[in-house]
Design a protein around this ligand. Structure first.
Ligand code: DOR
Ligand code: ZN
Length: 350
């Protein structure tokens, strides 16, 4: 039976980059059109390392949405950027604020704006991690080693062995989200690990393998970190996302960069999916014959892991072609959405 409309509980995005200033103003309403809430990444320049900064950033997001015509209600769930010097008190302040829901680990140098990231997780960060474990505050992990000697396609697997396993042995009750997993190794690790572990999965890692970066030439809009992997890994991620296992949930990692910074001699990492994320996921789930499992992945499992109420609103998708625009306004420049110019089979109803 082919459905012509498909309605789910309003979804949430458990991993989103909204940026700041003009970029924030350009992208915030796209997410609000689809999602009720989002975990907002703290890798601004400078990074969001304190609760006070997170609260100020949350206000800027609210202001940007208030200025956007017809943006539906949207709740930004704030995060702190873990550094070697994050004091345990800051974790307590974050918890008490009610507005900060997690702390993000960027290994120093792993990706965009990660220079202030962690160099000594189990040493210098131990007091903060212990405070997080006590407070039930999730650690969100960018799971790649940064050693330039490790092949870029192997950095997630190496991270599991050298960081994730020792971390979880040292702090077995720490709540951990392995963000934007890209390999069969990570999917299997998350499935089998003991204790409170989950993972987010992006639409690009469900829909594409690494050939997409090189089809007919270098295609920078398919470049993100962790980079797309082989087809066996994509298949394992589809299997995980559509399995009904509550440890896997939606996190777009929509990461807007101006067109000129992507189409560049040293292009930035990040796919912009904020415009059409839920349509991309619907397509991936339908291709797997598991559209029936989209709602739990998109709307239930993340809220449950974060110990937040599930949304009560609804979102309807229509089986109508959505032509992905070639570009969208982005401050004084433009941004190119993932798969620009292609057509998706589902679109969000207005
Ligand atoms: O591709 C990425 N872009 N991966 C990240 O981890 C960061 C993100 C960004 O902020 O642009
Ligand atoms: Zn990210």
């Amino acid at each position: 039976m082919t459905l012509s409309t498909f309605t789910i509980t309003r979804p949430d995005d458990w991993h989103l980059h909204l940026r700041d200033g003009d970029a924030l103003a350009a992208v915030a309403a796209h997410s609000a059109r689809q999602f009720a809430r989002a975990i907002v990444m703290p890798n601004l320049k400078p990074p969001v390392t304190t609760t006070a900064q997170a609260l100020a950033y949350r206000q800027r997001i609210a202001d940007a949405l208030a200025a956007a015509p017809d943006a539906p209600a949207f709740e930004p769930l704030m995060t702190l950027y873990l550094t070697d010097n994050t004091p345990p008190d800051e974790i307590a302040r974050a918890r008490e604020s009610g507005a900060v829901h997690a702390v993000k680990l960027y290994p120093a140098g792993a990706t965009t704006n990660s220079d202030a990231g962690v160099t000594d997780l189990l040493g210098k960060c131990a007091p903060a991690l212990e405070a997080m474990q006590r407070a039930g505050m999730p650690l969100l992990v960018h799971g790649e080693v940064t050693d330039p000697a490790i092949d870029v396609f192997d950095r997630e697997k190496a991270f599991i062995d050298t960081v994730m396993i020792p971390l979880r042995r040292a702090l077995p009750e720490l709540r951990v989200v392995f963000e934007h997993i890209t390999t069969a190794d990570a999917a299997q690790y998350v499935r089998d690990a003991e204790g409170p572990v989950a993972a987010t999965i992006t639409p690009q890692h469900l829909l594409y393998n690494r050939n997409a970066i090189f089809t007919g030439g270098v295609r920078p809009h398919w470049y993100c970190l962790p980079v797309l992997k082989r087809e066996v890994h994509r298949k394992a991620l589809v299997e995980a996302a559509t399995s009904g296992n509550p440890r896997y949930f939606l996190g777009t990692d929509s990461a807007p960069h101006a067109r000129g910074l992507k189409e560049h001699a040293c292009g930035c990492a990040g796919c912009f999916t904020g415009f059409h994320a839920i349509e991309l996921y619907a397509h991936a789930f339908e291709q797997a014959g598991r559209l029936d499992r989209l709602e739990a992945f998109a709307s239930f499992f993340g809220a449950d892991f974060y110990r937040l109420p599930r949304n009560t609103g609804r979102l309807t998708l229509l089986r109508e072609p959505l032509r992905i625009p070639d570009e969208l306004p982005f401050g004084h420049t433009t941004i190119v959405p993932l798969a620009a110019g292609e057509t998706l089979p589902w679109r969000v109803a207005n």
